[in-house]
Design a protein around this ligand. Structure first.
Ligand code: CA
Length: 289
């Protein structure tokens, strides 16, 4: 049965990304990486606040002590709300001008994982611990992207986009240590490229496919494609369950790199979309620091 999908915000974002639902406040945070902005979308009023950050914004997560955490072109920062004041925390790749931070999320213990991207193999996956120290957790990454944890937090799922794979690691929730990397999903080349990712209440993975016109549900246990949600934009970038019952799937998209004639086929590229996939998500985690 085809899934209904609605455009909730015709944002025309260059590179909409990083969707995450704040269950306590009933707000959706997202970013426009190239537009250098963090966004707070309130579905109750259908209003969106764009906060200009002044540099590339890779991703956003809520902070338990208030405001938001950002992974930026130049490192980790705290964004105070409602003031919009930016406080820089650390820049672990100071001096690597060709890299910038990209996607990231918090683990169930409130550690903020985010990775960088740049020249092939030059990126790294970092973990910002609640004491505000950042550590390199993985090297040799090209385009660090979707990250999610299984419901029991014993497995971490991770996407380095050009690999066309979702990989899994054994996860030690006490320490944040990862080990035993293996591939759990391989995405065929004609389905676009795996980008952002979230987990549902059944432990299945929802992956936004860049240049794939879809968000797909994959089973990390057997690697099978389970369901597909068509998106009226080629560049689906991230997805997050939200709404009062966590049964709505918010989807960000991009219009960057799509020429004017091709935009005629996808006039709402860069918009924020919402689907009802018939399954619930789980609450996202806030940064504990
Ligand atoms: Ca991404």
């Amino acid at each position: 049965m085809p899934h209904h999908i609605e455009l909730v915000l015709d944002a025309k974002a260059e590179l909409g990304e990083g969707a995450i639902w704040d269950d306590a406040r009933a707000l959706l945070y997202w970013v426009d990486i190239v537009g250098c902005s963090a966004h707070v979308y309130d579905p109750a009023s259908n209003s969106d606040r764009a906060i200009d950050i002044g540099e590339l914004v890779g991703t956003v997560v809520p902070r338990a002590s208030g405001g938001l955490m950002l992974a930026l072109e130049h490192g980790f920062a705290h964004l105070e709300l409602p003031s919009g004041k930016l406080d820089r925390i650390c820049d672990p790749e100071r001096g690597v001008s060709t890299n910038r931070f990209n996607d990231g999320k918090c683990d169930p213990a409130g550690r903020f994982w985010a990775g960088t991207m740049g020249k092939a193999g030059s990126g790294r996956l970092y973990c910002l611990f609640p004491d505000l120290t950042a550590k390199v957790m993985l090297e040799g990454v090209t385009t660090s992207n979707g990250i999610a944890w299984d419901l029991d937090a014993k497995t971490m799922y991770y996407i380095d986009t050009p690999t066309q794979k979702v990989d899994a690691f054994d996860y030690d929730l006490d320490t944040g240590a990862i080990s035993n990397r293996r591939t759990v999903v391989t995405v065929p080349g004609d389905m676009g490229h795996p980008d952002g990712m979230t987990v549902d209440a059944e432990g299945k993975l929802w992956v936004a496919h860049w240049d794939g016109w879809h968000v797909h549900r994959w089973d990390p246990k057997g690697g099978e494609l389970m369901e597909s949600i068509p998106v009226p934009a080629a560049r689906a970038t991230s997805c997050a369950f939200g709404g009062p019952d966590l049964d709505e799937l918010y989807i960000t998209t991009a219009r960057a790199g799509i020429d004017d004639s091709a935009l005629g086929e996808q006039p709402h590229a860069g918009g924020l979309f919402r689907a009802r996939p018939g399954v619930r998500g789980v609450e996202a985690f806030a940064f504990a620091g």
